[in-house]
Design a protein around this ligand. Structure first.
Ligand code: SAH
Length: 221
């Protein structure tokens, strides 16, 4: 059993970390992060740190999730595209803050686990897809809000194309060698405006599906 005080401590830490959006803090207080981490890490679920999940991935650090979602500036009328469902933790927070979340994950087993959590928790405004998020979700574009949960080598042009005029995308850019930065991309009629909102450390955004990559390697052997 996780003491409620740990959860409240985390919310206070987020406020101290500069998060002012009360709707966002309330949504984060509602979401039980301990249900999104493996059993072995449950007692650390309310630490402000990324933790391992399966398939070599991590559940994002709460303060980073909060900074990215605060920068998205959501309201309950919009639909959001999320790339990199992972554990589904950020997806669940998003589902409390907007009308519908479209979320894409390239690891099918991770996505299935996240879907089970959404069902158990009774969230019905989340649409999932197993696929390569660098291709976006063409059937649903344009999006007023896009958030990418893995570090892209550059601002993904396909996702910029799927952003509505006046829309905003939050995307970490960089790799293991370069410092990664979170960019806020604002699309206007004629071009895009890019704002740097700070340093970050994310796992890479990887193109293609894991099973396709394996088939490719076998074909080469
Ligand atoms: N916000 C998630 C973070 C998961 S880590 C959470 O808190 O749990 C980043 C996720 O992005 C991983 O699950 C990884 O598999 C996924 N990912 C990486 N590249 C991707 C791509 N091209 N398309 C979809 N998902 C991708």
């Amino acid at each position: 059993m996780i003491p409620a005080s740990k959860k409240i401590r985390l919310i206070l830490d987020l406020r101290q970390g500069g998060i002012l959006d009360t709707a966002l803090l309330a949504a984060m207080e509602k979401v039980p992060r301990d249900d999104f981490v493996p059993e072995a890490f449950r007692d650390r679920a309310y630490e402000d740190t990324a933790l391992p999940i399966s398939h070599g991935q991590t559940i994002s650090q709460p303060l980073i999730v909060a900074k990215m979602l605060e920068a998205l500036n959501l309201n309950d009328r919009v639909k959001v595209l999320e790339i990199g469902t992972g554990s589904g933790y950020q997806t669940m927070i998003l589902s409390h803050l907007c009308r519908r979340v479209y979320t894409i994950e390239r690891h099918r087993p991770l996505l299935r686990e996240a879907e089970t959590r959404f069902d158990v928790m009774g969230r019905h405004n989340i649409t999932t897809r197993a696929g390569d998020g660098t291709l976006g979700w063409p059937e649903q574009e344009p999006f007023t809000h896009i958030v990418v949960s893995a570090a892209a080598p550059e601002i993904p042009p396909i996702l910029v194309d799927q952003l509505d005029v006046g829309g905003v995308m939050i995307v970490p850019v960089g790799d293991e060698r370069r410092e990664q930065r979170i960019f806020k991309v604002l699309r206007s009629e004629a071009d895009v405006e890019i704002e740097d909102i700070g340093p970050v450390r994310f796992l890479p955004l990887v193109s293609g599906m894991p099973d396709t990559a394996k088939r490719g390697r076998r074909a080469e052997a």
